[in-house]
Design a binder for this molecule. Structure first.
Ligand SMILES: Cc1cc2nc3c(=O)[nH]c(=O)nc-3n(C[C@H](O)[C@H](O)[C@H](O)COP(=O)(O)OP(=O)(O)OC[C@H]3O[C@@H](n4cnc5c(N)ncnc54)[C@H](O)[C@@H]3O)c2cc1C
Length: 455
């Protein structure tokens, strides 16, 4: 058993692990050093938004913190408002309140049991394995632990290739939408806004900015020009458990064959969503057995379609996006951003490659980049990850999906051996698991990592 544990990260994954550890009976009191990076420990990126327009994309009934209690969030929400239903998509702000309140309760209760829990509102920025554990560096200080868990979410986004430094320096090119959205004020000007990317974050940006900027016009640019698929208001009952499809996919780990099989299965289903959802418990296993060349093919050719069908918009969000489009305030464009340059007038000129091989240029007052989670550990400014990679203590995933790890969360050292006392959770495990960011996966990881830490 590891008695003294460092938990690094301030989001849902760290909060869930801390709570899971403190739920257990242990033969000796634990000493936890939680490096949360911010005072509001537990909210992280997804649940730190104060906006009521930003909704969970998972139904309330499935957002519990513990594997043993998947309905915990629903109970919390119903205690505040008895009209809430399990099938509702609630504000992420409320989920952040839930995480924070649960973790605060757990920490308070732990002190009465003799555990020593220290929540540090700053980043851990270095980590060095020693003969008997790990040393964690933060600022000019360091501390020692028997084991450490990286629950750092995804990495800070980097500007896309083709964006000039002057465009970034102008403040009109937003690389990270979340801190920007927190500071947005009402503005009546007829602003022209380009959103690069068209996933769930793009829609969140669109809904928030359009509410604050009533006269702005929005364009979203993506390779295929399609919005994420919507959830239905009521979930359809699955017609089967997907095992036949999964077995057929296991027999032939080839992305082209998988896509054909999925297309057939969804075409024959009453609601295609039930087919995608029935795959969820099997996705990690399918990914694990997929050869690297096929993983790479999946990322190049199938990722966008998978993510669009798998990470769906709540119906209210889909309706709001459709309304903006019908009002002529939002349009979708197909193509790829080639370059973003600061114009002599101070706006941004965006060069876009169109599907037919031609190019067009248009001017915008603001460009917001929303191109999905950054998990490229080889090219990152994240201090801790850079230190670990540069010092050869861990290995980047070869496809840019976090860090190389055993599926149970043990990180691999420079020689490809599992480090006995260094674990990861969440997005850093995408290379090992693919499906590793949402709460239903994270709570399972918290349970497994807690089991390993406590022996
Ligand atoms: C906009 C958005 C909406 C989402 N909506 C849903 C949803 O509705 N349902 C669902 O199940 N999933 C959703 N997800 C998936 C989401 O990623 C997970 O649910 C969950 O929030 C992941 O938590 P995390 O702790 O792994 O990462 P994060 O939320 O990213 O938290 C990691 C935190 O660690 C901090 N950190 C990083 N480095 C350090 C360091 N060195 N020291 C200290 N702290 C550090 C970061 O600043 C960050 O605050 C959403 C994701 C996003 C981005």
């Amino acid at each position: 058993m590891f008695h003294k544990v460092a938990i690094i990260g301030g989001g849902a994954a760290a909060a869930t692990l801390v709570s899971e550890l403190l739920e257990r009976r242990t033969p000796r009191p634990l000493h936890l050093d939680w490096y949360a990076g911010a005072p509001a420990a537990g909210r992280g990126i997804a649940y730190g938004t104060p906006s009521e327009r930003h909704l969970l994309n998972v139904r309330a009934a499935s957002m519990g913190m513990f594997v043993s209690k998947p309905g915990g969030f629903l109970e919390y929400a119903q205690a505040l408002d008895p009209s809430v239903k399990g099938s509702d998509f609630l504000p992420r702000r409320l989920y952040g309140d839930f995480l924070q309140s649960r973790v605060e309760q757990a920490v308070k209760h732990a002190a009465s049991l003799g555990h020593d829990i220290n929540v540090h509102p700053f980043d851990a920025d270095a980590l060095v394995p020693t003969a008997d554990g790990v040393t964690i560096g933060y600022g000019d200080e360091e501390s020692h632990a028997d084991a450490a868990v990286l629950a750092i979410g995804s990495l800070p986004p980097r500007p896309l290739a083709g964006v000039e430094d002057a465009a970034i320096a102008s403040g009109r090119y937003v690389t990270d939408p979340w801190p920007f959205l927190d500071s947005v004020q009402h503005d009546d000007r007829p602003l022209r806004v380009l959103v690069i990317g068209l996933g769930l974050t793009a829609v969140d940006v669109l809904l928030e900015l359009s509410a604050h900027w009533p006269n702005a016009h929005f364009t979203a640019l993506s390779r295929h020009g399609k919005l994420p698929e919507p959830h239905l208001a009521a979930a359809s009952a699955p017609t089967d458990d997907g095992s036949e499809l999964v077995e057929a996919m296991q027999d032939d780990p080839n992305v082209r064959v998988w896509l054909r099989r999925l297309r057939e299965a969804t075409a024959n289903a009453k609601d295609w969503r039930t087919v995608i959802d029935s795959m969820r418990p099997h996705t990690q296993g399918l990914w694990r057995d997929l050869p690297r060349a096929e993983r790479s093919r999946f990322l190049r050719h199938a990722r966008w379609a998978w993510e669009r069908a798998r990470h769906r918009m709540p119906p209210q969000v889909a309706a709001a996006a459709t309304r903006l489009e019908a009002e002529g305030r939002f349009e979708r464009g197909r193509g790829r951003m080639r370059a973003v340059r600061l114009s002599p007038e101070g706006t941004l000129d965006v060069v876009r490659a169109l599907p037919g091989g031609t190019e067009s240029t248009a001017s915008y007052d603001l460009v917001v980049q929303t191109v999905g989670l950054n998990t490229d550990t080889q090219r990152t400014e994240h201090r801790l990850v850079r230190q670990l990679v540069v010092d050869g203590l861990v290995q980047p995933d070869p496809l840019g999906l976090g860090l190389r790890a055993v599926p149970d969360g043990h990180l691999l050292d420079g020689n490809g051996k599992a480090r006995p006392n260094l674990f990861a959770m969440g997005s850093m495990l995408r290379g090992a698991l693919w499906e590793s960011t949402a709460i239903p996966e994270i709570r399972k990881q918290a349970q497994n990592v807690a089991n390993m830490l406590l022996g």
